[in-house]
Design a protein around this ligand. Structure first.
Ligand code: NAD
Ligand code: IPM
Ligand code: MN
Length: 355
């Protein structure tokens, strides 16, 4: 459980590719944000990633989930994925391993347009794109249930099961409805593919129909995932809260990132409310742009702000969000957002605003 002391303990896993570059800026911003507050962050670095995996085979040590639960308040994560590990084994073990083993069942991915200039959509203002995707994060097609039979023969059979449990579906729907209620939001859309996945997604339909009657003040709707992705692009003003399964939430959140300026600005939290949770940008390790000081650190920095909310430091979280917002408005950004600053210069600029 979380400590109540003014010192919060944060595990930092920078990972691969641009992960370390953007995480370094997020750490810089965290330190700047708490410097004057009298609060303290104790950061501990974990060198898990492709280099370590290729060196000694380490992925997620067996005692890691328990260690995080006992000794840390939150985890700040960069990205994992490296062309030298085509199986993606280390990423699956570490990232999916932590999501599952820490039971981080809420993947919260806000899509908030910060500046109208950033969206590729025509005639859209900031207020038009402001929704959050709640992605189920512990089961579905990610559960790892399946196998390959007669591999590399013409008779090969490859199976990956879609696991949808009563508990798993109910708790993510509940989280989405409660979030909407708490924040006075009146539009909630559940998305599935129950017209084709007549077993796996029927349970989403039934539990959604039952739960929506408990929230009469919320206009809850349903869209099939193919239509949802179309509607997000066609008219994003329809959405405030979107809730969906693991795979569809992965895809919907990249589409959502695409209409707010790209993956460089999209943050996320892998959350078990009240428990140690993991915060990371939505993007991956982006190997082609790694090591060039051009990756946008804002997704990582905004993820750090989400982390501060989770550990109950909302004042510092808002300060970070405001500073990022100002930097965007002033055009002090990396090139993906049209600016000409390097990764570390964006971090320095935002840090300066905080101090
Ligand atoms: P990616 O997110 O790494 O990159 C997709 C595109 O977005 C690329 O054009 C990239 O240059 C751009 N981009 C991403 N982050 C950016 C940033 N901060 N600033 C500017 N541009 C940015 O996705 P991908 O190319 O599909 O995957 C690359 C590797 O990352 C793969 O190994 C994949 O498995 C992994 N991955 C990891 C995570 C994670 O750790 N959570 C998430 C997604 C992908
Ligand atoms: C994400 C990523 C991961 C996912 C990959 C790296 C397994 O795309 O966090 O969005 O699919 O969840
Ligand atoms: Mn993804």
């Amino acid at each position: 459980m979380m400590s109540e002391s003014p010192t919060k303990r944060i595990a930092v896993i920078p990972g691969d590719g641009i992960g370390p570059e953007v995480t370094a800026e997020a750490v810089k911003i965290l330190n700047a944000a708490v410097r004057k507050s009298g609060k303290k962050l104790a950061l501990t670095n974990f060198d898990w990633g492709a280099d370590r995996y290729l060196r000694d085979g380490t992925t997620l040590p067996p005692d890691a989930p328990e260690m995080f639960r006992r000794n840390y308040d939150a985890i700040l994560f960069g990205a994992l994925g490296d062309p030298r590990v085509p199986s993606n084994q280390h990423a699956a073990d570490i990232l999916l391993g932590l999501r599952f083993k820490l039971d981080l069942y809420v993947n919260a991915r806000p899509c908030y347009l910060q500046d109208a200039r950033l969206t590729p959509l025509k005639n859209r203002e900031e207020k038009d794109i402001h929704f959050i995707v709640f992605r189920e994060n512990t089961e579905g097609l990610y559960a790892g249930v399946g196998g390959i039979f007669k591999k590399n023969t013409e008779d090969e059979v490859a199976i990956q099961e879609d696991v949808n449990t009563h508990k798993g579906v109910e708790r993510i729907l509940r989280h989405a409805f409660e979030y909407a209620r708490r924040n006075n939001l009146t539009r909630l859309c559940m998305s599935d593919k129950s017209n084709a996945m007549t077993y796996a997604h029927d349970i989403w339909q039934r539990l959604f129909k039952k739960m929506r009657s408990e929230y009469p003040e919320i206009n809850s709707t349903h869209q099939f995932i193919d239509n949802l992705l179309l509607q997000i692009v066609r008219d994003p003003t329809q959405f405030e809260v979107i809730v969906t399964c693991n795979l569809f939430g992965d895809i919907a959140s990249d589409v959502g990132a695409g209409i707010i300026g790209g993956l460089g600005v999209a943050p996320s939290g892998n959350i078990n409310p009240g428990q140690v949770s993991l915060f990371e940008p939505v993007h991956g390790s982006a190997p082609p742009i790694a090591g060039q000081n051009i990756a946008n650190p804002m997704g990582a920095i905004l993820s750090a702000a989400m982390m501060l909310d989770h550990i109950d430091w909302p004042k510092e979280a808002r300060a970070i969000e405001n500073a990022v917002h100002e930097a965007i408005i002033e055009g002090k950004t990396t090139q993906d957002l049209g600016g000409n600053l390097g990764t570390n210069q964006v971090g320095d600029y935002i840090a300066e605003k905080l101090s």
